[in-house]
Design a protein around this ligand. Structure first.
Ligand code: G6P
Ligand code: G6P
Ligand code: BGC
Ligand code: BGC
Length: 911
């Protein structure tokens, strides 16, 4: 009897051992797994075998690990692991190098994980919205890094189409679509905030970056969690799916798919097949289903069901399926630990499984076996990876670090030890260190965003910074107006002697000269006044060759006079005595409407012997006997304000965003120390282009701004203008492209002599590249004309750079304009300001997004205002003619003014 029982027990034991033996891998088995993995790695990398390889080796477009110089504030999303997280990551560089993170975990209910794609992304955006509210950051448009822990075919750092869902996700209409686009669309649908999605990153890549930030030897990222995967730094020359041979790129192996082509059927058991069949993605991710946390419990459960059915386990009572489904990875982890049998029984008891001592031993053995196999398989895979890297580098021996994350690695009592032992045994020539990622891969995603953003981060200005700049500028306005501080003020606040906008009574036949913008124009402006005031204009553009604008002043004014002669002849008005209004778009100290001393040349002009001189005298000298009378000199901003004021009586600000930049506005005379009188208002030409010439903007100027300044005609001057205006934007972009190419981030490091030539990349190019539809094709054309052969990703990057540079310009102008608007509001003493701003200039007019961005930021910075932006359709000359008309009338009807009077001929004294 006893022997019969003993024999039956022994037979049962053998059966159990046989069952488990199929899950125990010999060292030969493991060596074979390593070798097969190596074959698949190579097949995934090669073009001809990529489509059939089970390990997809997806390019990540991450070319380097962080080097500690990254900084900035970023938003990160982390989707696909146990938790969905939204984070803010603040990165500091230099001696205060640090990373600070704030995050919130959000639930993704099962019905959303497996609902529609739209629902899933709407849910994600809702969580972001909640997080931004929670952090009080709704209005700060931060760059975002998106950790998306699923296989994505990337064509750039911010483009990735989902290959297939894995783990517990199965939302419809996502596979094959770009996840960044889906996120952007969901943000648009919500229409509540704006984000700049800079990078999409696999969790392995994020983890590698997180760890590499601390340890530069870290060139591999491993996830052993819900899912299983590895990435590592591969040589570009080996990645046939991406063009270029120089340097390295991180490859997301997606090794979870290993075996999908049946290459490991010899070690897969019927339990693995059952798990596979019951999964959301039958036939897929076979290696993952043998190695990752999501499936370990399921394998164990399948074995326990089988043993129970065969009468080898849990004889009384037979547990039902529901109870068995309590066995998940946590249970496996717990039961894999060194526990006394009583403890094992207690755990099983909690799950409703009544076990004998024998049962406990068996369950524990099953858990141990299944997890041991998982760790060994990961180890074998890792051995293939490290040996591959070692051989890439032609080394006999190599030290390398693996950054690891994932619940299985972190929580399982033996997983990490078995993994390490296996790697050691199978890759003896590599000394592999495993470093746990403490902060998750969100930090890495932010670091990637920062690596890309390194050159540009300083150009993204938060509303906080813009507010601060607005305040500084307002202080400057005050300093320029006050006689004590004016001599040292950078913003010169020049009186224009224009005291009001047109009132509709102006009339006459005038000539307008318009010098200083991108074109030199001469016009005839006829303002008639029958029933309604109408303006008729005819104009001609004249060349201003470089040798003339950089030659002697006499020659320049002779040229202007010659062109005028030509114009008058063509117009048949040689013998007419017409009044001339002169739009002269440079900073001038005026003592009256027709006396105007050039303070300094700006932009492209540098003719000698003009600075400090009255330009009316110089022009009169050149014109000699031509019988015209220069009645008024106006700055282009003033001309623009007057042109717009003709149509809209509320216009009291004029700005130019063209070759140069500047603004004028109507100031209360009582605040203008430099002009006598306290009644009424006068237009002030701020000359805001010089803002920052005293170092006031050093904190926001970048190395590129300094380089522009050094190479300019007027170093140290017009520093604000050099950050924002059309003459410099293209050049700023060019300098950034050159620098990024030199560091291997663009164009595979290639730079042509044309790209290295100053001025070859123009602001009009920036405008075409930023066009939403044809921008990328334009980028390819424009760079092609510079001898470059940009890849699709280069074009995207170039477009991104253009956007950042032009957006900064619009933001900075919004800040200075905000300063003027808030001053106007205070001058009027009203709680709300209603006003019109007249605008002109090629950058504002030609750039597809500039105007919208400017208007939007102004509204945010000065919320207590209703501003109408009015484009000056006919240039500043129409306005100049209006000023001339009044000057003419005053000169005709008033006694010749005394020269001592401070403003003898100012336009229409409003007394
Ligand atoms: C990291 C990442 C997650 C990732 C996870 C894997 O912490 O931030 O995005 O998916 O590790 O771990 P889990 O065990 O949660 O799947
Ligand atoms: C207006 C004026 C020019 C002015 C220009 C600025 O059209 O008539 O005198 O300088 O705008 O624009 P730009 O882009 O040509 O510098
Ligand atoms: C995904 C990988 C991911 C891994 C770990 C797998 O299911 O395919 O992209 O890295 O899980 O989260
Ligand atoms: C000049 C201003 C002018 C502006 C726009 C600047 O360089 O200093 O006087 O208004 O360009 O043309």
């Amino acid at each position: 009897m006893v022997t019969a029982v003993a024999q039956r027990l022994a037979a049962q034991r053998r059966e159990i051992n046989d069952t488990l033996a199929r899950l125990s891998l010999s060292s030969e088995n493991l060596q074979q797994v390593k070798d097969k993995m190596r074959v698949e790695l190579e097949r995934g990398l090669r073009k001809d075998s990529h489509s059939t390889a089970s390990v997809k080796m997806l390019p990540s477009f991450v070319y380097r690990t962080p080097n500690g110089t990254e900084r900035g504030k970023y938003l990160a999303l982390d989707l696909g692991g146990t938790n969905f997280r939204v984070l803010v990551v603040k990165i500091r560089s230099g001696i205060r190098k640090s990373v600070r993170m704030y995050n919130k975990i959000y639930a993704i209910p099962l019905e959303i994980m497996q609902g529609t794609g739209e629902e899933l992304f709407d849910h994600i955006v809702q969580c972001i919205s909640d997080f931004l509210d929670y952090m009080g950051m709704k209005n700060t448009r931060l760059p975002l890094g998106f950790t998306f822990s699923f296989p994505c075919r990337q064509t750039g750092i911010d483009k990735g189409s989902l290959v297939s869902w894995t783990k517990g996700f199965k939302a419809t209409d996502c596979e094959g679509n770009d996840v960044v686009e889906m996120l952007r669309e969901a943000i648009k649908r919500r229409n509540e905030f704006d984000l700049d999605i800079v990078a999409v990153v696999n969790d392995t890549v994020g983890t590698m970056m997180t760890c590499a930030y601390e340890d530069p030897k870290c060139e591999i990222g491993l996830i052993a969690g819900t899912g299983s995967n590895v990435c590592y730094m591969e040589e570009m020359r080996n990645i046939e799916m991406v063009e270029g041979d120089e340097g390295q790129m991180c490859v997301n192996t997606e090794w979870g798919g290993f075996g999908e082509n049946d290459c490991i059927e010899d070690i897969r058991t019927r339990f693995d097949r059952e798990v596979d069949e019951g999964s959301l993605n039958n036939g897929k991710q076979r290696f993952e289903k043998m190695t990752s946390g999501m499936y370990l419990g399921e394998i164990v459960r399948q074995i326990l069901i089988d043993l129970t059915r065969r009468g080898l386990l849990f004889r009384v009572p037979v547990p039902n399926r529901e109870v068995q489904s309590c066995i998940n990875d946590h249970v496996v982890q717990k039961l894999s630990d060194r526990l006394a049998l009583l403890q094992v029984r207690a755990i099983l008891q909690q799950l409703g499984l009544d076990s004998t001592c024998d049962d406990s031993i068996i369950v524990k053995e099953v858990c141990g076996t299944v997890s041991r196999r998982a760790a060994q398989l990961c180890g074998a895979g890792m051995a293939a990876i490290v040996d591959k890297i070692r051989e890439n580098r032609g080394r006999n021996q190599m030290n390398i670090t693996v950054g690891v994350d994932g619940t299985l690695y972190k929580l399982h009592p033996h997983f990490s030890r078995i993994l390490k032992d296996t790697v050691k045994a199978l890759a003896p020539q590599c000394d592999v260190e495993f470093v746990l990622s403490e902060d998750g891969s969100g930090k890495g995603a932010a670091l990637i965003t920062a690596v890309i953003d390194k050159y540009l981060y300083a150009m993204r200005l938060s509303d906080e910074t813009l507010m601060d700049i607005m305040k500084r500028f307002r202080r400057e306005l005050g300093n320029g107006l006050c006689s004590d501080t004016n001599p040292t003020a950078t913003v010169k606040m020049l009186p224009t002697f224009v005291r009001s906008i047109p009132d509709g009574s102006e009339k006459g036949d005038f000539i307008a000269l318009d010098l200083g913008g991108s074109a030199f124009r001469i016009l005839r402006v006829k303002v008639s006044h029958e029933k309604k005031q109408t303006v008729q204009m005819e104009s001609q553009i004249y060349d201003t060759p470089e040798d003339i604008i950089h030659g002697s002043g006499t020659r320049l004014f002779d040229h202007v006079a010659e062109c005028l002669g030509d114009f008058m002849e063509k117009q048949n008005i040689k013998d007419k005595k017409l009044s001339v209004g002169f739009t002269f778009s440079f900073p001038c100290a005026q003592t009256k409407l027709n006396e105007s001393y050039l303070l300094t040349w700006t932009k492209r002009f540098k003719a000698s012997g003009v600075e400090g001189m009255d330009i009316v005298t110089l022009l009169n000298k050149a014109i000699k006997k031509r019988g015209v009378d220069i009645m008024a000199v106006v700055n282009d901003t003033v001309g623009t304000m007057m042109t717009c004021g003709f149509d809209d009586q509320r216009c009291e600000v004029g700005i130019i965003i063209g070759t140069g930049t500047n603004a004028c506005y109507m100031e209360e005379l009582r605040h203008i120390d430099l002009v006598e009188g306290d009644e009424g208002r006068m237009c002030i030409n701020t000359e805001w282009g010089a803002f920052g010439d005293d170092g006031m903007l050093e904190d926001i100027r970048t190395e590129f701004d300094r380089e522009i300044d050094r190479g300019s005609l007027n170093p140290g001057k017009q520093l604000f203008e050099k950050m924002v205006s059309g003459m410099y934007i293209g050049e700023l972009v060019r300098l950034i492209l050159v620098k990024m190419a030199k560091e291997g981030f663009l164009f595979e490091g290639r730079i042509t002599p044309e790209l290295l030539t100053k001025g070859k990349f123009e602001t009009k190019h920036v405008s075409s590249i930023e066009k939403s539809k044809e921008g990328l094709t334009k980028a390819k054309d424009i760079l092609g004309r510079l001898g470059m052969e940009p890849s699709a990703d280069d074009c995207i990057a170039v477009q991104h750079i253009c956007t950042i540079v032009s957006h900064r310009s619009a933001n900075l102008i919004a800040a200075t304009l905000g300063g003027i608007l808030s001053r106007l509001k205070d001058n009027k003493g009203n709680p709300r300001l209603r006003t019109t701003v007249g605008i002109d200039g090629s950058l504002y007019k030609m750039h597809p997004q500039y105007a919208r961005r400017l208007h939007k930021t102004v509204r945010r910075l000065v919320p207590e205002s209703d501003v109408r932006f009015l484009l000056s359709e006919s240039g500043s000359s129409k306005g100049a003619a209006m000023v001339t008309a009044v000057a003419y009338r005053l000169a005709d009807h008033t006694p010749t003014p005394s020269c001592k009077s401070k403003h003898p001929m100012s336009m229409r004294d409003s007394t």
